[in-house]
Design a binder for this molecule. Sequence first.
Ligand code: FMN
Length: 281
Amino acid sequence: MENQIPKALQFSHKQRYVRLEPASVKKVLVLQGSPRKEGTSKTDIVAGAFAAGCRRAGAETETIYLREKKIKQCQGCFHCWTKSPGKCIHDDDVADIMKAAEGADLVVYASPLYHFGIISLMKRYIERTLPGIEPFLIKRDDGKTTHPPRKGFKYIQNAAIIGVCGFPEVEHFGAFSANFHYIANAGGEFGMNIAAEIYRPLSEILGNPFYREENDRVIGAVEKAGCDLIVNGYVAPSLIDEIAEVRLDKEAIYEMANKSWQICIDKCMTMSEFQEELAET
Ligand SMILES: Cc1cc2nc3c(=O)[nH]c(=O)nc-3n(C[C@H](O)[C@H](O)[C@H](O)COP(=O)(O)O)c2cc1C
């Protein structure tokens, strides 16, 4: 029997990109969600190149490493909606991160793909931004339900999304991308306005000198994307495609990856330790 998708489950994944006013972005905040340290994190390599491009275009950049921050889990108590409107029960680093985001003209959400989704650390931060909206149910332009933004919080936040993943196909970012677009579309003109999405599959080869040519191509394109977004207010789709495209033979990738994993197993090393050793030789 044919495996049909139920009608009710044919979700639309509406991608809406805003065009920023050219040269209007002066301050860029990168929220980096990888648990790995600088030098090991591939998210950091891509986000770092993007930020360098933004700086080349004259913007100021700041990076907040979420792994260094105290971000407690939302308790679901809705205290921030009723007993202390706009204020969470938790006293940790989230309010400061939200303030930094409000002070930026563009927030870059940079996350590795974990189990086909946004990494939990970043998701935990996003969930904690609940005090920024009110509990009331309102109808948005397309007839669907949403919550209104809360006075005293920034109404419109321009955003760029960066994702890296281990597999060599960009299609794995489907749910990750959809999650960000659902969040962005929830508020219509308010809330998160996505200006660009940059996805780099096969991220584990980044920094590996054996793949210098491919890596230099990708990093150069990511830097250009950062620069273009600030200068022109958008990133050309062809450039996004260039970043997402893996110009290496898939069978050769499997062979390299599987050999590397086998060495790590045999030598009882982590992949990071193995990569560090490779870089030194
Ligand atoms: C728990 C876990 C889940 C992962 N899930 C996926 C996945 O669903 N698809 C994929 O292509 N890569 C997956 N990866 C690989 C990471 O996306 C990849 O290693 C990436 O480079 C990590 O980024 P980072 O170096 O910035 O931490 C996963 C890695 C871990 C540790």
